[in-house]
Design a protein around this ligand. Structure first.
Ligand SMILES: Cc1ncc(COP(=O)(O)O)c(C=O)c1O
Length: 398
């Protein structure tokens, strides 16, 4: 067995890739794999997109980093772009989703502190995922991620996702709530959308307004065009007080951002928060390049067109086998019946059909293809998926 000096925190698959281009990844021997996961919702513009590669190359030749002690023109431009498309007021740049969320949760505590709370609580959702730092993993629902870490359970109250009455009950019985923090569509938790769709966000927002608490959205996964709009909340009528994002924001370059508006504006002063690497010249330039591409091309419309096509075709082919689909744009769940054995699904997809997928919630095939998936690659994905689903159905003795 190969020895490794890497901590065993990941159950890695027995494959490595040496090259990527658009929707495809290649192994050393040249075998091509259709990437329907894009590094877990990261490379939304596909692998090695020329505009991003050029931005990185040019900036790497000019200036990488000077620290946040000095003005950073690209950071100003990246913040302008993010605030322009979201109508938010200002941005803190971080390096990952967890860091962006840590910033959001610190903002909630500061908001509570300024109001004179002694020990505030944040309402979070069942099946949520917010990251792996101590505070964000405490906000995360998955017991496996939390086990053994003495998570800060007193700081959070968990309610079922999509259940507005559950939130009302908590608010009626607690006077120490300072914020509600949720994903518009739950990614890691099983591609869950609320029953009443984005109307749920309007309802949660109204409760936050009524109780003067922060409405905070985690768009680490749903942001940056993934659902067919710059951010998923733009499908609703609301604007969050706090909005976090990462993943597709850098198309593979590690970046994160926490945006504020309204009640959350001006909570942090000098020295309240910081990051050595957040918003470097290079990172910020990449964000600008990603947003230029989202703005100037038709990728978000394409995400809706191809995402709808994948959902419709799979649903039509398999509805008589009790298979359903859910999600929005290029964030797609294919829900298999619970009696289907999904334990080998990822391996069969990879080894037999040369396609990279993920399974979440035990029986939901999770697809996060590039937003700019071509007509041809969409058909290819549907074709390989159809074969995969037929294979697992045949192998399942019902
Ligand atoms: C909704 C959501 N929030 C936060 C995170 C954590 O992001 P990161 O792994 O960049 O820290 C993830 C990662 O999957 C996520 O999906």
């Amino acid at each position: 067995m190969m020895t490794t000096h890497i901590m065993p925190t990941y159950n890695r698959q027995p494959i490595s890739f040496v090259k990527g281009s658009g929707s495809w990844l290649y192994t050393q021997d040249g075998t091509a794999y259709l990437d329907a996961l894009t590094g877990i919702a990261v490379c939304g513009l596909g692998h090695c997109h020329p505009a991003i590669t050029n931005a990185i190359n040019e900036q790497a030749n000019q200036l990488l980093h000077t620290s946040n002690l000095y003005q950073i023109d690209w950071q100003e431009q990246a913040a302008d772009k993010l605030c322009q498309v979201t109508n938010m007021d200002s941005v803190f740049f971080a390096n990952s989703g967890a860091e962006a969320n840590e910033c959001a949760l610190k903002l909630a505590r500061k908001f509570a502190n300024d109001k004179g709370f002694s020990r505030p609580k944040v309402i979070v959702m069942e099946n949520s995922f917010h990251g792996r730092t101590l505070l964000t993993v405490s906000a995360t629902a998955n017991p496996k991620a939390r086990e053994g870490f003495y998570t800060l359970d007193d700081d959070f109250i968990r309610v079922p996702f999509g259940d507005i009455d559950a939130i009302k009950t908590v608010l009626a019985n607690h006077d120490d709530i300072c914020a509600i923090f949720l994903e518009p569509i739950q990614g890691e938790g099983g591609l869950n959308t609320a029953k009443n769709g984005f109307e749920y966000l309007n309802e949660v927002h109204a409760l936050c307004d009524k109780h003067d608490i922060l409405f905070m959205l985690d768009e680490v996964q749903t942001g940056n065009g993934r659902t067919g709009k710059y951010f998923a909340f733009l499908h609703s009528d609301v604007k969050p007080d706090v909005l976090t994002t990462a993943k597709g924001l850098g198309n593979g370059f590690p970046v994160g951002a926490c945006l504020v508006s309204g009640r959350a504006q001006n909570l942090f002063g000098f020295g309240a928060h910081g990051s050595t690497f957040g918003g470097t010249h290079l990172a910020s330039r990449v964000i600008c390049a990603v947003f230029d591409e989202l703005e100037q091309s038709n990728v978000m419309d394409n995400a809706v067109k191809q995402g709808d096509k994948i959902q419709q075709q799979i649903y039509t082919l398999f509805k008589n086998k009790s298979i359903t689909t859910r999600g929005k744009g290029m964030m797609i769940g294919i829900v298999l019946p619970t009696d289907v054995d999904c334990s080998k699904l990822v391996d069969v997809a990879r080894d037999e059909y040369k396609m990279l997928i993920n399974v979440t919630g035990g029986h939901v095939i999770r697809l996060l293809p590039p937003l700019n998936l071509s007509d041809e690659d969409t058909d290819e994905l549907i074709n390989r998926l159809t074969k995969l689903i037929n294979t697992v159905l045949i192998n399942t003795v019902v």
